[in-house]
Design a protein around this ligand. Structure first.
Ligand code: SF4
Length: 372
């Protein structure tokens, strides 16, 4: 492949050319190379082979039914205790009313994640899915991370399989990929000690896939993890994907350094740099050969960097995100939502083809132009 200066990338480029899987050691080379234009070319080669110029986004609303949480992850600025300032805890009807107030025609996806509420019974969550499906027919419900499913399993005293089956019967269409953080035990002990374990997270996604519930996967990076730990995280996802094929996309989430204990402990005030983020996306695109999409989540990257990321392996920039709160409570300086036209314009200006999709990556509309 032309334009690759680092000789260590040459054998990798040969493998990329023929679609051969990269090893862990080759993943490390990708993280260490100084030839960033070369890395970009390799990632772009894979993105164009898989999806051409198509770049996906979804018209979605972000709902968090509560921010009450007992888990205490040290990186989290979202959690609150009962009675604490800024805490909320909605009944099913309040969630429906909140969505109704913000509903826009063409809304495709309700994306719901929240805290681990210590008191709500599992039936509340089933009622919530049923109510959303009944009030907004045709809108897909993509809800609750594996960490929350683990919590439901504890409060209902049911195995993961029964929890997921009941949610599916209530109308759950897909699951987001949060709660994965980083699988390394060393890091998890420091940032998410009381949350579902790495094995639990993987088992819940395995079970969801077996039940026909597609999911996404995330990785929280840019705090105390090593590059090997990032690769180990991707490696475990790659192995599970070989087994089930149920992941739709992989979403690296950059650590947001405001208002959380971890940032205070580390004395960390700065965000990851743009090149850290782009390199990480490119490595993901090259290493995760079996996951269809790498998502450049604009809410943490900024819309501008998400646009640039389309040359670094990214084929999805998430969506309109009406009223995203979780990363914004942790200091993300991006807007709390973008219109479909704004997203399409960002993609078109990068020379790619904007494709509006649903929660399951089915194509809804190709935006070949945007009215001024
Ligand atoms: S990340 Fe989720 S589980 Fe952890 S403290 Fe925050 S809301 Fe609770």
């Amino acid at each position: 492949m032309k334009g690759i200066r680092d000789p260590k990338l040459w054998p990798i480029a040969e493998k990329v050319e023929v679609g051969e899987r990269l090893t862990f050691a080759e993943g490390k080379v990708l993280y260490e190379t100084r030839d960033l234009p070369g890395l970009m070319r390799l990632a772009n080669r894979v993105r164009e082979r898989k999806h051409g110029h198509k770049t996906y986004f979804v018209h979605s609303i972000r709902v968090s039914q509560t921010n009450i949480c007992y888990v205490g992850c040290t990186f989290c600025a979202f959690q609150r205790r009962f009675g604490e300032e800024g805490a909320w805890d909605w009944e099913v009807e309040e969630v429906v009313a909140w969505v109704r107030e913000r509903y826009q025609p063409g809304l495709t996806e309700i994306h719901m994640t929240a805290g681990h509420h210590p008191k709500r019974p599992f039936t509340y969550y089933l009622d919530l899915v049923r109510a959303l499906k009944a009030n907004f027919p045709g809108v897909q419900v993509k809800a609750w991370t594996a960490a929350e499913i683990h919590h439901f399993s504890k409060i209902a005293r049911l195995p993961y399989k029964e929890v997921l089956q009941a949610l599916k019967e209530a109308g759950l269409d897909a699951m987001p990929g949060g709660g994965a953080e980083i699988f390394s035990e060393r890091v998890r002990r420091q940032i998410a000690r009381a949350k579902v374990s790495a094995e639990g997270w993987l088992e819940i996604h395995r079970t969801a896939h077996q039940l026909g519930i597609p999911t996404n996967a995330t990785m929280l990076y840019g705090h105390i993890e090593t590059l090997e730990e990032r690769l180990d995280h991707m490696d475990r996802l790659r192995r599970l994907q070989d087994e089930t094929g149920g992941f739709m996309s992989f979403i690296p989430l950059a650590f947001q350094p405001d208002g959380n204990l971890l940032a205070r402990k580390l004395g960390k005030r700065e965000f990851t740099t743009g090149l850290d983020d782009l390199r990480n996306l490119a490595v993901a695109r090259l290493y995760l050969d079996n996951i269809p999409h790498i998502k450049g989540y604009w809410a943490t990257l900024t819309p501008e960097l998400a646009q640039v990321s389309l040359d670094w392996g990214v084929t999805d920039i998430d969506g309109t995100l009406i009223e995203e709160r979780i990363v914004h409570m942790a200091g993300s300086p991006t807007p709390q939502g973008l219109s479909k036209a704004a997203l399409a314009r960002i993609i078109l200006a990068a020379g790619r083809i904007p494709v509006e999709r649903d929660a399951l990556y089915r194509e809804i509309r190709v935006w070949d132009r945007v009215e001024a």
